[in-house]
Structures are given as C-alpha cells and as structure tokens.
Design a protein around this ligand. Structure first.
Ligand code: SF4
Length: 336
C-alpha cells in the first residue's frame, strides 16, 4: 500500500523566552525569521500551508526554533490551543515541538499530551559533556537520557537532534553521540553541521582563533558515518544539513563553516561513492552499467556528477539507469 507523505507546517518561535545562549545560536538568523509569530497567527499560517498541499499528506504542526517548554505555560497553552483546533477538525494529525532536554518535566508533558502533541524533538547536540560544556549548552548527557526516558514513558515519539563540529568535538565523539542517540530509543534524528553565525559567541571564538569550523569535506565525511549508524539502527533521519534560510544562502549572517544548500546530496553521494568503488575493487572494467533505485540515482551519479566524473577519470565508461524494483542501496552491475 502506498504510504501518505508526511509534511510539517513549521512555526518558528526563535529564542522565545530562551534564557540560554548556546555559543552557536542566533535563532533569528538561522531560521531567517525576525519576528515571532503570535498564537493568533497559528490559524493563518496553518491554513495557508494546508491550502498549498495538493496531494493527501499526513500533516503535523511543528513549533520549532526555540525551546517550546521554556515558554511561560499560559503562552504555551495559547499556541497549543490554536494548533489543537486543527487536530479536532481532522485537518492535521499531530503537533511536534522542539525543546531542550532540561526543560522536560512531567508537568510539561501533561500539558503537551492534553493538546495532542505527538512528537518531541530535543536538541541533544552531543552526548559528550566536554563538548556540551564548551558549547554553553547548560546541560549534560544525563539530562538528555533523563528527558528521553520520560518522553518515551509518556508515549510520545522522540527525536534527538545532533550537531557536528561543535567546540571540542571530534569524529569519535560525534560517532559516539550517534550511537548514544540510538541507545536512548529515539525514533528520529537530524544532523546539523556547526556553522558560525553573526553575533554569536562562536563568532568571537572564531575571530580570536580559538575555534576552527569543520571544512565542508570533513563535515560530509563525518555525516556519512553518522548516517550509517542511524540507518543501521532504523532511526529516521529527518534532516542532514541546515535549512537553507535566505540569511544563510545569501551569506549575510554566515561568517564561516560547512554550510551548503546541497549538503545532504553531498553526503549521500559519498555513501554511493564508497559502494561503487568497493564494487569495482580489484576489477578493471572499461565499461560499466549500474542499475540503481530511482530515488537514489542522482546520489549514485553524485553531487554535480562527481561520482560519474571520478569513474570517467579512471577511464571507465559508465552508465547509470533507474530501477524502482531495487531497494535503497541495492544495485545491479553489468560490465558490457
Ligand atoms: S537552547 Fe536552543 S534556542 Fe536557546 S540558545 Fe541554545 S540553541 Fe538557541
């Protein structure tokens, strides 16, 4: 049976009442939203989105961009009430919120449950306490574990987001973070490379030479290994790379770091690069045809054709064809 596609109606509440100042964060600049939508805006935003959806989809209203459970309770309730009306009318199926691990208590969860929240995404960012500390997160890994367990016990879906290349992060630490996220029982994740945004503490650290961001090549190689961990553990990867907001794309807010609007494509291309060249190991073909799952075809050819180009440079004439009967990483090769 064909599954209905899933969509979020994102409502960004940038740094609303967030008393923290994580070294990397300037939510306004990341989300590209300079004024915070009010509860009275929820209806209009939701109706506008619903009006643009042509096919049947599973739709969630998603309060993202800040720490939802850090907002004063009466204001949380106002936002939730507006969103809940759409659930009651059968127009959306759930509500998602994002928040910090140390803002999850039973009281918060009771309120979220009352208004039909289905998924809670926590910014875990790292499970290494030194990385968390140097990034000014104000919580440790214990807080992530505690909050995750409580969320799952209360019957919510759990998402744990992670960042790579934070201060004091290493490849091993990021790999450990992915494995720890899998061990908590999270159903979904997002992988965000750390970039330096204007007017953040990270900008100062960078300018004084105390922080060096990952290069785009490093970030792609790290993320490729994390994708493997998450896929092995059947964790849904909702996003690889930052959302390309206008502020980031035109570079106005971006000081430095591995931002690329096609970051996911670059990561997936690397995964396919490994699969392809492993297949060709110890073989010396002049010609090769790969049959690839249709949704993976572009990744196999590579971002800007990079995998195909590498094959050509090695003197191999390559054809790629799509075959929807193949599963995600399954492929068929012929050498004539
Ligand atoms: S907790 Fe979230 S919203 Fe608050 S400063 Fe840190 S990243 Fe930004």
């Amino acid at each position: 049976m064909k599954k209905n596609k899933h969509s979020n109606i994102p409502i960004f509440l940038p740094e609303l009442a967030c008393p923290h100042q994580c070294v990397f964060c300037n939510q306004e600049k990341i989300s590209g939203i300079l004024s915070t939508p009010q509860p009275s805006d929820v209806q209009r935003i939701t109706e506008t989105y619903l009006g643009t959806m042509k096919e049947k989809r599973i739709v969630d209203i998603a309060f993202f961009g800040g720490s939802f459970t850090g907002i004063p309770v009466d204001l949380q309730e106002k936002y939730l009430k507006e969103a809940f009306k759409f659930i009651q009318k059968g127009l959306v199926s759930g509500i998602r919120i994002s928040t910090r691990p140390d803002y999850i208590k039973q009281d918060n969860l009771d309120l979220l449950k009352k208004y039909g929240v289905t998924t809670i995404e926590l910014g875990a960012q790292s499970t290494n306490n030194e990385v968390l500390n140097k990034s000014g997160r104000g919580h440790n890994f214990e807080a992530v574990k505690r909050a995750s367990a409580l969320i799952l016990e209360n019957g919510f879906q759990l998402g744990l987001q992670m960042m790579i290349g934070l201060p004091y992060d290493t490849f091993q630490r990021s790999l450990q973070t992915a494995n720890d996220i899998a061990a908590t029982g999270a159903q979904s994740t997002r992988i965000y490379p750390t970039v330096i945004i204007k007017e953040t503490a990270l900008e100062k650290l960078y300018n004084s030479g105390k922080y060096k961001p990952l290069s785009i090549e490093e970030a792609v190689l790290w993320a490729k290994e994390l994708v493997k961990v998450f896929e092995k553990n059947k964790i849904l990867i909702l996003r690889i790379g930052l959302h390309p907001s206008e502020e980031l794309v035109d570079g106005k807010s971006l000081i430095a770091g591995p931002f690329h609007p096609s970051f996911k494509e670059m990561v997936m291309s690397k995964i396919w690069n490994e699969l392809i060249f492993k297949e060709l190991e110890n073989k010396n073909p002049d010609k090769v045809t790969f049959r690839i799952n249709d949704k993976q075809l572009n990744y196999a050819v590579g971002f800007n054709g990079c995998n195909k180009r590498e094959l050509t440079q090695r003197g191999i004439i390559t054809r790629f064809t799509a075959d929807s009967s193949l599963s995600k990483y399954q492929f068929d090769v012929s050498y004539n």
